[in-house]
Every structure is written in C-alpha cells, then in structure tokens.
Design a binder for this molecule. Structure first.
Ligand SMILES: [Zn+2]
Length: 316
C-alpha cells in the first residue's frame, strides 16, 4: 500500500466512525426527546381530564392524590378511584373495566357530524363504573333513593338528582318548547319518549346500562336507531335526518348523544358533563403555554388547578 492509499483508507475510516457516532447520538437524542414529549403530553392530558372532571362533578370530588405514577380521584363518598390503572386494554376490555382515563380518552365532538363514526370511535360509550356508582348510587337501592321526577312535557319521568342530572334534563325540556316553535318537525324525533330510568344491563353484556343509573333518556324510537338493529346505510340515513338543533340543545346541558358513536344509538342521550366540558375547552396543543390553557379563569377553576398542581408537586 503506498502512502496515498493509506491516507485515504484512514480518512475513510475516520469519516465512517464519525458518521456512525453522530447517527447514534442523533437517534439516541430524538428517542429521549420523543419519550419526554410523550410524557409531557400524557401529563397535560391527565391534568386536563381531572380539571374537566372536577368542574363537572364539583360536589363529588374532594381531591386528587398522586403516589408515584398512580393518580387517584378522592370522592366525597369516600372512594378512591384510580385515574389510570396503566393496563393495556382492548376496546372490549375498556367497555368492561374502564378507569377514568379510558372513559375520557375518546374526545366527544361538539360539532355536527356528517358521516357516521367508524371503527370503535364511541366517545362516551366507555364508562368508569366505580366513578358512576360513587356519584349516582352504589346499588339499585341507593340509585332509587336519588330519583327525582322530571316533567318532560308528556308526563313525569324519574332521573337521578345527584350532580344536577335531573335539573339538567328539566332544563333541556324547558327549552324544548322554544325550539319546537321554531322547528315543529323536531317534535317527531322526541315524542313519544321511550324512557329514562330502567335498572338493567346493556343488551348482550353484563354491564349496567346508563339507564340503570338514571342518567340517560331514550327519545322516540326508530327501527334504525341502534347499531344492532340497522346497517351502516340505514344509520347514515338516520344521521342525515336527525335535527342538529335537538342534539345541540342536549349538549348545551351536559348530555352526549349516541348518534356520535360508531356503535350508534340515535335515540339515546346521556348526562356526561365532563366530556362536554373537556370538548368545550379543548385547545390547540402546539400553542399551549400552560396545561390548563383554554379553560375559563374563575375562582373555582383556579382552586381545582391548585389542587391538581399540588398533587403533582407533592409526588415529586
Ligand atoms: Zn338509551
């Protein structure tokens, strides 16, 4: 090997080592950055979920506790409910045994939807049962002790008075008369009502229906209303016909609509104020300065924000 060849060989080797080293460093760095960004995003989402929950259930949540990675919601009823059990679950497992994080995970769209949701996009169909029991009653007897009769314009129906659910339903129906004056055709989507409280499980499952908690109402029934009764095309026609003003009225009082679920349930409205609040105050992640950007700045929210921040600080 002459001296020129030796020089080129050494230079090539040097370049190779240099390139490999910077490739490794760049990737190691971007892996760390990705992990820390994901960690920050997870923490922001968790805090925003908890804030929406505290705003939606003000008398039922006493505090937040963080022990290591595990965050618990301390209920007024004495229960401690885990925000995220950190288990990897299939969609069906989430339906069966959701924690609060699972319950809040799929964002509820407040805007009008034109196309049926697909796959498992069912915002609000996943419910954290320990949380619902803590708020609305631990047993059938406890739930029934919370029932209040609400005048729905075609008779009185029982609804859970806890957390203002019955009041919210009464407010929807008090405002319905104004809507019917403007859009009389809406009447045909509401009456005859199909019912509110019914202590039963969801068809084909062992899980209690939200009707068993007296936090759901079924309006006028159509044969194409439920995903198990109708095909996608029939569901889409029902979605096209359904009056958005009626949906918006329910949403403005803390109810979500089963028409925005891939597993559609058009006649079904359910009182789930935390999902509505989370959607109302959602904001663009990229421009966020604090984790609670977008939420209103009131005395109550400031108190909740302090409680949440303190839980994280104490856990550090
Ligand atoms: Zn229903």
């Amino acid at each position: 090997m002459n001296k020129y060849k030796a020089f080129y060989a050494v230079a090539a080797l040097f370049l190779l080592v240099f390139a490999a080293r910077s490739f490794y460093q760049d990737n190691a760095l971007s892996f760390c950055e990705a992990a820390s960004t994901a960690g920050r995003e997870y923490e922001t989402t968790a805090k925003r979920d908890l804030l929406a929950l505290m705003m939606a259930y003000p008398k039922h949540i006493e505090g937040i506790e963080k022990d290591g990675q595990i965050v618990c919601v301390l209920m007024e009823s004495g229960e401690k409910i885990v925000y995220d059990d950190m288990k990897i679950k299939s969609f069906d497992e989430k339906l069966d045994s959701a924690d609060i994080q699972d319950m809040m995970e799929i964002g509820y769209p407040l805007e009008c939807i034109d196309t049926l949701k697909s796959d498992n996009c069912d915002p609000g169909r996943i419910r954290c049962y320990p949380f619902l029991h803590a708020v609305y009653g631990g047993s059938q007897r406890d739930i029934e002790a919370n029932l209040e009769s609400v005048d729905l314009g075609a008779g009185c129906y029982p609804f859970n008075e806890s957390n203002g659910a019955a009041k919210a339903l009464a407010a929807v129906f008090a405002n319905l008369s104004d809507l019917l004056k403007k859009e009389p055709e809406v009447y045909g989507f509401v009456y005859p009502l199909s019912g509110t409280y019914n202590y039963r499980t969801i068809a084909g499952t062992a899980q209690l229906s939200p009707h068993a908690f007296a936090i759901a109402i079924d309006l006028k029934r159509d044969d194409c209303d439920y995903w198990l009764w109708a095909n996608t095309q029939q569901g889409q026609s029902r979605l096209d016909a359904y009056p958005h003003s009626l949906v918006a009225l329910f949403e403005s009082h803390g109810f979500i609509w089963g028409g925005k679920w891939a597993h559609f349930d058009f006649l079904h409205f359910e009182y789930r104020p935390a999902l509505i609040i989370k959607a109302q105050y959602s904001t663009d992640d990229s421009t966020m300065l604090t984790w609670h950007d977008g939420f209103p700045d009131t005395r109550d929210t400031r108190t909740y924000i302090d409680i949440i921040n303190q839980a994280w600080t104490e856990a550090e």
